[in-house]
Design a protein around this ligand. Structure first.
Ligand SMILES: [Zn+2]
Length: 131
């Protein structure tokens, strides 16, 4: 495998909190309330982990979820283009008068999930490099 570099330009938001914390029972045994470990199997009573928010993993087709190379930054674009090595580049134009309506559409999707940040709605350029 070689290195792959994808560059994206997109209009959308940087999502500040793309992960959710899941707390769930580690096993199905009956555990006394407040017990830290299961008396039957010895597992911790509650397992806690984080995962990507479902709104990002199951994103509508007309939106794009882009992750930076270090996987620290997650973006959701309403309009985007990308360039990758194999297929060359392409272009897109957008009528600036449409921005307000596109922004409303993106906000309508992200806001109920707590993923909208008005200050982060911008034109972004992002590189993703896979090693
Ligand atoms: Zn158990």
């Amino acid at each position: 495998m070689g290195t792959q570099i994808n560059s994206y330009a997109g209009i959308g938001v940087l999502v500040d909190n793309p992960h959710v914390t899941i707390r769930e029972r580690s096993c199905s045994h009956v555990i006394p309330e407040r017990a830290k470990y299961c008396p039957a199997c010895g597992k911790e009573a509650i397992t806690e982990y984080t995962k990507l928010h479902e709104a990002l993993t199951d994103i509508p087709e007309n939106f794009k979820h882009i992750i930076s190379t270090d996987e620290q930054e997650h973006f959701v674009f309403i309009v985007s283009i990308d360039t990758d090595w194999e297929f060359g580049s392409n272009g897109i134009s957008i009528n600036l008068e449409e921005i307000t309506a596109l922004k409303a559409k993106l906000k309508e999707y992200l806001d109920p999930h707590g993923l909208w940040d008005e200050e982060e709605f911008r034109l972004w350029v992002v590189n993703y490099v896979s090693y």
